[in-house]
Design a protein around this ligand. Structure first.
Ligand SMILES: NC(=O)C1=CN([C@@H]2O[C@H](COP(=O)(O)OP(=O)(O)OC[C@H]3O[C@@H](n4cnc5c(N)ncnc54)[C@H](O)[C@@H]3O)[C@@H](O)[C@H]2O)[C@H](O)CC1
Ligand code: K
Length: 494
């Protein structure tokens, strides 16, 4: 019996089951839930826009619209000017129809949106068009209204889900509301925290509608990551206790990626970091970061002695897909060491797929393009359902999978999902992935399991990106993250 763990994320089907249990088992009528939802949303509206005197509510044909009618009624009863534009004719019966009648009988003007009339004059617009019931792209009239609201220059409060956003996947099949605030009811939906969601939800608040803890019986399988750091180092720590990362990459002309990976492994706290790379990179690497032990490796034989000393492998940054990179990649895959695969290490895996021994600690960190190649689908397919994609990766390769992008996702082979709530568009730049690879390798080197290294690494990396973006998201460089990363790792939140 767990209340909605404040980081638990639910599917629409799971929330519907909670709704049903509230109605059937706890005997709370659906209309009472609707009234509580409207009250919670209205209270949020007053908190966020205390000066608002006029609100306009846009109601769809279902229960999301029902929430909107009851919110308009509450605003009217509180002395605000409230108007309603309805997308559809009054529904025959049901809670939404009852809500609309209560609204009209109280004297709140309810007019039909004819597809062209101007928006209502208001300080705040309330989006009550679609919630968890969205099952196709908004149709022309609704789409036109959504686009007008988005360009209306006034804040939008979205009820439960910004209309047009799929509450399960975070994908927008068509146009979608861009809200300043979303008040979500009963339980947080997965789709509010990944993919396109962050461009549409604004701030997300959860209203549990005063339901008793006994409602949340089944434990959900998706959670928002929580801020965490590594436990403090024992005083007698020595470099041998913090593992030895061997970063493999840096084909002709690409020293930067493997260097960033190695630096991140050092900053991430690995005891020792070696780099196996092409001879031409040595000077640049040693000059840039002498603490990295760079080795010229021309093939698998030269790699062997380095593998014997390493405890974790990070394979892929700047590896290339030529004979040199492929030979080193094969050697790394045939070792039993913990492994982080990224960039060309993943492209080579897409070309020569294999399942890893579940006992081996392996983390793969694709961006959507690499994920598409690994899954044999399009990038659109990946982004259309990121949760399905990341789970597919973990199951297909038998590894811990990270699917990067807005709201990075983490899946392990038994289906548990974690969602990263941090990060910003400034991080969509070269080298950010190389940092993550090195950081995850460093955490593995310090004894984390693949799952903990991925969760901690993704969270710290994104939080460091948010700290570094305090000086602006434009021009954010991967190396800007190294300083805040070190602070976060040591629990010294900058
Ligand atoms: N169930 C409860 O106890 C509570 C529900 N709450 C609110 O209810 C909505 C979910 O309501 P539902 O009627 O299932 O669906 P929607 O209102 O989201 O959608 C309306 C209706 O519209 C049709 N539809 C879907 N997509 C489209 C489209 N693109 N174009 C046209 N029509 C579309 C579809 O038939 C839907 O049924 C939930 O989000 C909450 O806001 C209460 O708040 C809490 C209790
Ligand atoms: K909505």
């Amino acid at each position: 019996m767990t209340a909605p763990h404040r980081h638990a994320l639910y599917t629409v089907a799971q929330v519907r089951a909670l709704d049903r249990r509230a109605i059937d088992v706890l005997g709370i009528p659906g209309y009472e839930l609707m009234r509580r939802a409207a009250a919670a949303a209205f209270a949020s509206l007053r908190r966020h826009w205390p000066q608002a005197q006029r609100i306009a509510v846009y109601c769809g044909p279902g229960n999301n619209g029902g929430d909107g009618y009851l919110l308009a009624l509450l605003a009217h009863e509180a002395g605000l000017a409230a108007d309603v534009l309805a997308l559809a004719e009054a529904a025959g019966e049901g809670d939404a129809a009852r809500a609309r009648t209560a609204c009209e009988q109280a004297g709140v003007p309810v007019r039909r949106w004819d597809g062209t009339s101007p928006l209502l004059e208001a300080d705040v617009h309330v989006d009550a068009l679609y919630g968890t019931g969205l099952n196709r792209p908004p149709q022309p009239a609704a789409a036109a209204l959504i686009e007008r609201l988005n360009s209306g220059g006034k804040p939008i409060l979205a009820l439960d889900v910004p209309s047009g956003l799929n509450a399960d996947t975070g994908h927008c099949p068509g146009v979608a509301i861009r809200a300043s605030l979303t008040v979500s009811f009963i339980a947080a939906k997965r789709g509010l925290h990944t993919g396109q969601a962050s461009a549409h939800t604004g701030r997300v608040e959860l209203a549990t509608l005063g339901l008793p803890e006994s409602l949340w019986q089944e434990a959900p399988d998706a959670y928002l990551l929580e801020a965490a750091v590594l436990p403090p180092r024992p005083r007698d720590a020595h470099k041998g206790r913090n593992g030895h990362v061997l970063a493999i990459g840096g084909d002709h002309g690409t020293a930067g990626a493997i260097r960033l990976c190695g630096e991140a492994a050092l900053r991430g706290g690995a005891g020792l970091v070696s780099v196996a790379t092409q001879a031409e990179q040595l000077v640049a690497l040693n000059a840039a970061r002498p603490e990295l032990m760079a080795h010229a490796v021309d093939g698998p034989q030269a790699l062997e002695p380095l593998l014997e000393r390493a405890t974790v492998l990070a394979v892929g940054p700047g590896l290339g897909r030529g004979a040199w990179g492929h030979a080193l990649w094969l050697t790394a895959l045939d070792s039993a060491l913990a492994l982080v695969l990224d960039a060309d290490g993943l492209n080579l895996l897409a070309a020569e797929p294999r399942r890893f021994d579940p006992a081996r600690q392996v983390v793969i960190t694709p961006h959507p393009g690499e994920a598409a190649r690994l899954l044999g689908c399009s990038v659109d397919d990946v982004e259309r359902d990121r949760f399905a994609a990341v789970r597919g990766l973990a199951q297909r390769f038998g590894t811990l999978a990270v699917l990067k992008g807005a709201g990075s996702l983490i899946a392990d082979a038994d289906g548990r999902l974690d969602v990263c709530p941090w990060g910003n568009p400034g991080m969509a730049s070269g080298g950010m992935g190389d940092l993550l690879t090195g950081l995850v390798a460093a955490l593995l080197a310090q004894g984390c399991s693949a799952r903990d290294a991925a969760r901690l690494g993704v969270g710290l990396h994104a939080r460091a990106g948010d700290l570094a973006a305090r000086d602006g998201e434009r021009g954010l460089l991967a190396s800007d993250l190294l300083a805040p990363l070190r602070s976060l790792l040591n629990g010294l939140d900058a």
